[in-house]
Design a protein around this ligand. Structure first.
Ligand code: PEP
Length: 256
């Protein structure tokens, strides 16, 4: 048995304007009950432009829904056109931030060094980084997935103290399973999540490794969430497409 509280996070990606965001959060708030929040942490990760609207709803209604951003600048402030800093996110009540999503690594050339700097920026501003790691199809076919993910983990957590590692959430997201409908098997997810936890014990301590939440992400839906979450080292899910559907996301939150 584990004492880790499951975490279900919805990555809305670049979808939903602020009115659509309000509608989705209201729909989720209508469906989710206190016992759902007792059992699991529920997080939504809207585009930057929706965060203020989500904040207003969550504050006003004392909902159990937490929220955060999909990216963070490695810098605190200054001449970084288009970037958003950790202090700006904290000021809006964000408590989580996605760092190193495969779409950022792929389309915005984020290296392990950049991801490492962003993890540090998040921690500095008391945001919980949801650090994404995961292999592409070629690496998986060549059976290099575990070492690939561990190398990304090492790079992203470089220079962190054990106390800092304890504050991070890891999301294993095989790139071939993101947005493709091709979900990893529960055993695929377990294999990498267990290897991540083992590595966390080396990087920090067995206690920290036992407490850090390791999520799976990649085509999670209400219909497959239960089997994935039943794996001993999978503590939750980072959900893209299905998080835009309040009914299905509620099913994911209530996985069984
Ligand atoms: C994601 O964006 O992190 C993700 C896992 O997407 P999807 O659930 O749509 O595969």
């Amino acid at each position: 048995a584990t004492t880790r509280k499951p975490l279900l996070a919805g990555n809305w990606k670049m979808t939903l304007n602020h009115l659509e965001a309000i509608r989705l959060v209201q729909d989720l708030a209508f469906r989710l009950e206190e016992k759902d929040f007792d059992r699991a942490d529920v997080v939504v990760l809207p585009p930057f432009t929706d965060i203020r609207s989500v904040q207003t709803l969550v504050d006003g209604d004392k909902l159990g829904i937490a929220y955060g951003a999909q990216d963070i600048s490695a810098h605190d402030s200054g001449a970084y056109t288009g970037e958003v800093s950790g202090s700006m996110l904290s000021k809006l009540g964000c408590t989580y931030v996605v760092v190193g999503h495969s779409e950022r690594r792929q389309y915005h050339a984020e290296t392990d060094e950049v991801v490492n700097a962003k993890v540090k920026a998040a921690l500095k501003h008391e945001l919980t980084p949801i650090l994404c790691i995961g292999e592409g199809l070629e690496v998986r076919k060549a059976d290099g997935h575990v070492s690939h993910c561990i190398s990304q983990l090492d790079g992203a957590l470089s220079g962190l103290s054990a106390d800092e590692v304890a504050k991070v959430v890891i999301a294993y997201e095989p790139v071939w399973a993101i947005g493709t409908g091709e979900v990893a098997t529960p055993e695929n997810a377990q294999e990498v999540c267990a290897a991540v936890r083992e590595r966390l014990a080396d990087l920090a301590s067995p206690e920290v490794a036992g407490a850090v939440r390791v999520l799976y992400g990649g085509s999670v839906k209400g219909s497959n969430a239960g089997a994935i979450m039943a794996q001993p080292d999978v503590d939750g899910a980072l959900v893209g497409g299905a998080s835009l559907d309040a009914e299905d996301f509620t099913r994911i939150v209530r996985f069984d």
